[in-house]
Write a protein that binds this ligand. Structure first.
Ligand SMILES: *[C@@H]1O[C@H](CO)[C@@H](O)[C@H](O)[C@H]1NC(C)=O
Ligand SMILES: *[C@@H]1O[C@H](CO)[C@@H](O)[C@H](O)[C@H]1NC(C)=O
Ligand SMILES: *[C@@H]1O[C@H](CO)[C@@H](O)[C@H](O)[C@H]1NC(C)=O
Ligand SMILES: *[C@@H]1O[C@H](CO)[C@@H](O)[C@H](O)[C@H]1NC(C)=O
Ligand SMILES: *[C@@H]1O[C@H](CO)[C@@H](O)[C@H](O)[C@H]1NC(C)=O
Ligand SMILES: *[C@@H]1O[C@H](CO)[C@@H](O)[C@H](O)[C@H]1NC(C)=O
Length: 604
């Protein structure tokens, strides 16, 4: 009794399922060939619209042919996350419709996305393949998320057909076309809507871009619709006639490689426009492709597009060598490109790079730089000291090379604060502390003789003229002005150096015209009051720099200086004679040489 009850249930179930589709039948004994999930065939559909999933098995017509006479059955299944096994699709539900080689979903909801499996079988054989369905929420009427690209050469004709329309499971439908979201397609004479199609007679700039067809139809008493977009990409009119060209490596190009390091060899290829043709670009090592070699040290990732222009492409193909060996240097690295029109190839010239120890070099440079910066800072701080030190080491004592009597002639305005400074401070420090021979006109000139001549003579016999600038320096007819003019004249002749000292701030406007002009070329040393009193102050260091070198500051007597000048003269008697003779032949320097001769004789 129980047995009959079970049989009844089983028969009932069988009757039930036969109304849908025969379930996958492991009991039929036929092993079903599984092609897996067909990646290229995945289908996208907008939510709320109809979608069509064609069974990809029929894209191999030589293998599978499905028609009434073939005796094959097409079955549809779905793989959902809730069920371990594939579930037959319930065709009783209105949303699913099996129509010829496709499954229509009318309309699609977000829940419908997932893996669909079509199975083709007869009593002796079986095959199945999976298709992924994606459902997108449409973002406005002009959403072009789902589209296909079509390349059309300029000035060629093309007919746009709405995809899936010829497979529509209904005979009554309406089609509306849009171009770039606008409905007025026929305003251009070079294109027209004819029936369900758009005919472009002559593709011109402006006719490219997205063409959208919206199809509405009736099915099972419902009004349904779907939208498809075809994106027209114009290409050059002579598309399909050219061969590829390898741009890099060029014949003169050298790829530098470092042994033991990773190396990237980049090949650049111009791929001309080709309609529906896969053009090849590849690297070969000693005439073997990377795949043939199967050496893990070599790899060549997919090419990247550098430039794209109306179908012409410039692409890059990199060969990556993980550890470049010495043996690799002997190999031939060749980049090639091919399409149906031709072949082009080029060999990379490799050159070993000389090893540069970048870290060590970097450290060395860093240290050098740090030392340089340190020295620079020290120099900025101790500039004067450095100069003085340098002079004391490498400077020459002018006493040995000239025949002057005094080191310094001090010019100052009488009856001013400056006079006091000269007498009590400047003269004392220069003579006593620093050991210079100083000439002060009022003290050193002998009574009698004209002041002008005497002044010129004394200034001429000094190595430096130190002018203590004051508001009274410029007063006409004063001794100070006379000294100044004499000094500046000799300065221009190059026979004397002039140093300015500013004891008190003097308005430049008060300076005598000649001094104002000469100021640019002269050193001005400022007295800083109390601060300048010690011998180690900036004032005295600056002054010493301007004055002749004194290595021994103990000799203060003028006799000593005189001795030295005598000595110098005795040492170079021929030179002095030569200079005098020379001066005779050069009239413009005659005056100076005469004076020089005079002072020499005076010194004697
Ligand atoms: C049906 O398929 C067979 C091969 O299986 C083929 O010879 C025949 O032409 C097909 N018929 C139609 C109408 O496509
Ligand atoms: C079943 O289909 C296969 C492949 O299409 C075919 O070779 C075979 O003859 C078919 N068997 C029957 C019994 O129709
Ligand atoms: C079509 O071409 C555009 C570039 O023009 C690209 O972004 C898009 O991914 C292409 N679409 C498809 C489906 O290949
Ligand atoms: C097509 O359009 C016409 C007029 O706009 C309308 O009467 C008809 O019902 C439409 N048909 C479908 C299937 O939507
Ligand atoms: C080589 O190229 C890859 C990316 O393609 C990059 O990650 C790597 O750093 C490059 N190596 C060298 C040595 O340039
Ligand atoms: C590659 O193309 C260039 C430019 O068209 C041509 O000069 C060269 O001969 C070609 N090389 C080969 C091997 O075809």
């Amino acid at each position: 009794m129980l047995f009959y009850a079970l049989l009844f249930v089983a028969v009932g179930k069988a009757a039930c399922s036969s109304r849908t589709e025969a379930p996958p039948t492991p009991q039929s004994g036929v092993q079903c060939h599984d092609w897996g999930v067909h990646q290229g065939a995945s289908v996208g559909v907008y939510e709320g619209e109809s979608g069509r999933i064609p069974c990809p098995l029929f894209s191999f017509p030589s293998l599978y042919n499905y028609n009434q006479s073939s005796g094959l059955t097409l079955l549809w299944y779905r793989h959902t996350s809730t069920h371990e096994l594939e579930q037959p699709i319930d065709l009783r539900a209105h949303t699913f419709l099996k129509h010829r080689d496709s499954l229509w979903i009318q309309p699609a909801t977000l829940q419908d996305r997932g893996l669909y499996i079509c199975m083709l079988r007869n009593t002796t054989s079986c095959a199945k393949v999976g298709v992924q369905l994606q459902v997108f929420v449409r973002n406005g009427v002009c959403d072009g998320t789902l589209h296909r690209n079509v390349t059309v050469p300029f000035q060629k004709s093309y007919t746009l057909r709405c995809p899936d329309l010829q497979h529509l499971p209904s005979v009554s439908y309406n089609v509306t076309w849009y171009h770039k979201c606008r409905g007025d397609l026929s305003v251009f004479y070079h294109r027209q809507v004819e029936g369900d199609e758009v005919k472009i007679y002559n593709l011109l700039i402006g006719s490219e871009g997205p063409y959208t067809c919206v199809v509405s139809y009736q099915s099972n008493g419902h009004t349904l619709q779907f939208t498809r977009t075809i994106n027209i990409k114009p290409v050059s009119p002579n598309c399909g006639t050219d061969h590829p060209r390898v741009l890099n490596p060029t014949s003169g190009q050298i790829y530098t490689v470092t042994l033991g390091e990773a190396v990237n060899l980049t090949c650049r290829v111009f791929l001309p426009c080709m309609e529906n043709e896969e053009q090849q670009v590849w690297w070969s090592i000693d005439k073997k492709t990377v795949e043939e070699l199967a050496d893990p040290r070599y790899s060549s990732p997919a090419r990247s597009i550098e430039l794209e222009d109306y179908g012409d492409q410039t692409v890059q193909k990199v060969l990556h060598v993980s550890e470049f060996s010495a043996a690799d240097l002997q190999r031939e690295f060749r980049c090639s490109a091919r399409n149906s029109r031709g072949f082009n190839t080029s060999v990379a010239n490799l050159q070993k790079e000389v090893y540069i120890p970048s870290v060590e070099l970097g450290c060395g440079l860093g240290v050098t730089l740090a030392v340089a910066v340190l020295l620079f800072v020290l120099y900025r701080v101790y500039k004067l000291e450095v100069h003085l030190l340098y002079r004391s080491w490498f400077g020459t004592d002018e006493r040995y090379s000239d025949d002057k009597e005094y080191d310094v002639y001090i010019s100052y305005a009488r009856n001013g604060e400056e006079e006091e400074f000269v007498m009590t401070t400047l003269r004392r420090v220069l003579e006593v502390e620093l050991g210079y021979s100083v000439c002060i006109f009022d003290r050193d000139s002998l009574p009698g003789g004209t002041i002008t001549d005497e002044t010129l003579r004394f200034v001429g016999r000094s190595r430096r003229l130190v002018i203590v600038v004051s508001a009274f320096s410029a007063v006409q007819g004063t001794q100070a002005l006379l000294e100044l003019q004499a000094g500046l004249a000799m300065l221009r002749g190059g026979h004397l150096r002039v140093v300015l000292i500013q004891y008190k701030l003097v308005n430049k406007q008060c300076w005598v015209k000649e001094l104002r002009r000469a100021r640019v070329a002269l050193t001005l040393i400022r007295w800083q009051g109390e601060k300048s009193l010690p011998l180690s102050s900036r004032f005295w260091k600056q002054l010493q720099l301007e004055l002749p070198i004194r290595k021994h500051t103990t000799h203060t007597d003028t006799e000593r200086t005189l001795d030295l000048t005598d000595h110098a003269k005795r040492k170079h008697p021929e030179e002095s004679t030569a200079l005098i003779l020379d001066s005779l032949s050069k009239p413009d320097t005659q005056a100076h040489q005469k004076q020089r001769a005079q002072s020499s004789s005076a010194a004697v």
